[in-house]
Design a binder for this molecule. Structure first.
Ligand SMILES: NC(=O)C1=CN([C@@H]2O[C@H](COP(=O)(O)OP(=O)(O)OC[C@H]3O[C@@H](n4cnc5c(N)ncnc54)[C@H](O)[C@@H]3O)[C@@H](O)[C@H]2O)[C@@H](O)CC1
Ligand SMILES: Nc1ncnc2c1ncn2[C@@H]1O[C@H](COP(=O)(O)OP(=O)(O)O)[C@@H](O)[C@H]1O
Ligand SMILES: [K+]
Length: 491
């Protein structure tokens, strides 16, 4: 796969346009189908050399066409092959009809398929463009195959998954391996889709990279390529203030741990200095637990205003354990013309009165990153959360547009989106990141990146990636504290 296509995510609508562009540029579309089908048969033979029979399930469109090509290639390799079709194969058109004609096997109806030990299923029923629920009889076939435990190799995407959203349309195969073409689609990386694709192979079937780049939007998988240009190695002549000064706002004495996690990881993630701003009642407990992190008493808005006169304080984290209410709102409004991570209680405090926040962010010119999990997202963006048509990427992008902030919509498939429509989907996070305080650690990493001068989108994307890596390094028994100890270097 050409390097520049490596991380690109192409929506099914963009892919359909790319297909049309390829055809109108004179590329023979049947040769693309032949490459697609043979890359599937090659994968099946490579991964399942001991299969007793390959069962190719072919649908009514070009995905089915790929299936007929794969079936013919498998027959040629000497394997035992059976073909089952959904819909009347006589109704196939164009390239798919040609592929059917080139396959010597006579298909049976898919409903007649009964899984047998030793079978390997090639799922060529529907591709990534599926946008409505599968018919009931097909759902029953899929469930039967899933229950049988027979391995499935999916062509393009496991049938039943929506390639735009990753959602299940009635039922979907759970594949052991998926072969898609030219570029991954959102449905391969968004949940639950990602967990149903098995290993993902992106096959180059010969569509020129320029045709793909010309149609692809600003959607990527989150890898270092998305932000490494902003993660410069340290200048040997640097000093701690040049590495940035991060301020973290602590809650009252009963809830200080969350902010301390953000502060501790802030230093680890590269801020030159971190100061924890504490209300008076929490000073003693914070002092007892801090060493390299500094402590500052901040009682109220006027204390904060006085502290903000120090312009070297260039980024803040507000929210973890802070408490919900007017104080959080006042503080956030004062901080959002500097670089700010608004997390947890900081966001929830704006369940009412968000318009003022969003306006300030738009006017402030600072870099604001909000890091909601699903529950916080519903509170701050109820109308976006309730729109069932939107994918997680589209939800994060809509919230970014509405709030003028960079949105980190967390979960196993965290999406980072900015108001201009740029978005990345994260895929390196192990499930044991779902542990108390993990979000506080993430907020502190974003804050450290902002303090170092990274733009908000890159700061957030790099933080989510490092958080995922820290999870992998810390291992299954990770806690928020051990995540702090396992943050990998940025550059
Ligand atoms: N991307 C590319 O450049 C290439 C794509 N190819 C294949 O082409 C596929 C896309 O082909 P198509 O656009 O024909 O898509 P599909 O093969 O997924 O089939 C779409 C057809 O199924 C019908 N359909 C959709 N949802 C349905 C539902 N829920 N119930 C019943 N019928 C439904 C549609 O009306 C349409 O006739 C890709 O998945 C890939 O496998 C390859 O042939 C080679 C080139
Ligand atoms: N199943 C999962 N797989 C990978 N990462 C996850 C999963 N569930 C949650 N996470 C990540 O763990 C972190 C949890 O943050 P959050 O929900 O704010 O928890 P807390 O408030 O306990 O810190 C987020 O970064 C989120 O993306
Ligand atoms: K499929």
């Amino acid at each position: 796969m050409p390097d520049k296509l490596q991380d690109i995510l192409v929506t099914p609508a963009e892919m359909a346009a790319i297909d049309r562009d390829a055809a109108s540029s004179g590329i023979d579309s049947f040769s693309l189908m032949r490459s697609a089908g043979t890359s599937v048969s090659a994968a099946a033979l490579r991964l399942f050399p001991a299969a007793l029979r390959f069962v190719v399930l072919c649908g009514p469109g070009n995905n089915g066409g790929d299936g007929y090509v794969a079936a013919a290639a498998l027959v040629e390799s000497g394997a035992e092959v059976a073909v089952f079709s959904f819909g009347d194969p006589a109704m196939l058109k164009g390239d798919a009809a040609r592929a059917r004609d080139a396959c010597a096997l006579t298909p049976e109806s898919v409903e007649a398929y009964r899984p047998r030990t030793g079978d390997v299923v090639i799922d060529a029923l529907f591709g990534a463009g599926l946008a409505r629920d599968l018919p009931e009889p097909l759902q029953a076939v899929i469930e039967r195959v899933n229950e049988s435990g027979i391995p499935v190799v999916a062509v393009d995407l496991p049938s039943g998954l929506d390639g735009r959203t990753g959602e299940v349309r009635g039922a979907s195969f759970v594949a052991a391996h998926t072969v898609t073409f030219m570029a991954a689609k959102p449905g391969h990386v968004l949940m639950p889709g990602r967990s149903r694709c098995g290993t993902l192979e992106v096959a180059d079937i010969g569509i020129p990279a320029r045709l793909i780049s010309a149609r692809a939007g600003h959607l990527r998988v989150n890898t270092p390529a998305s932000w490494k240009d902003h993660a410069a190695a340290l200048d040997p002549a640097t000093h701690k203030y040049r590495r940035g000064h991060l301020g973290v706002l602590s809650g009252g004495q009963a809830a200080t741990g969350a902010a301390r996690l953000s502060a501790a990881v802030g230093l680890r993630a590269g801020a030159g200095l971190v100061t924890l701003a504490s209300p008076p009642d929490a000073l003693a407990v914070n002092a007892a637990h801090l060493t390299a992190v500094m402590l500052k008493e901040v009682r109220n808005a006027s204390d904060l205003a006085a502290w903000l006169k120090d312009k070297r304080l260039n980024a803040f984290v507000l929210g973890p354990g802070f408490g919900i209410g007017k104080k959080a709102r006042d503080f956030a409004l004062m901080l959002c013309d500097r670089a700010l991570v608004l997390d947890a209680d900081g966001m929830t405090s704006f369940s009412e009165g968000r318009a003022e926040l969003f306006e300030r962010i738009a006017q402030g010119g600072g870099d604001v990153v909000m890091t909601p999990h699903e529950g916080e997202f519903v509170r701050l963006f109820p109308e976006v959360a309730a729109d069932a048509r939107l994918s997680k990427i589209e939800k994060a992008a809509a919230a970014a547009k509405l709030s003028h902030a960079v949105i980190v919509l967390k979960g196993p498939d965290t999406v980072i989106a900015d108001p201009s429509g740029r978005a990345v989907v994260n895929a390196n996070a192990p499930p044991w990141l779902a542990t108390a305080g993990s979000g506080d650690v993430l907020a502190g990493i974003v804050g450290a990146h902002l303090a170092q001068g990274m733009p908000a989108f890159e700061a957030a994307a790099a933080a989510v990636w490092r958080h995922g890596e820290a999870g992998t390094r810390a291992g299954r028994t990770a806690t928020a504290e051990t995540l702090v100890d396992h943050i990998p270097p940025l550059a």
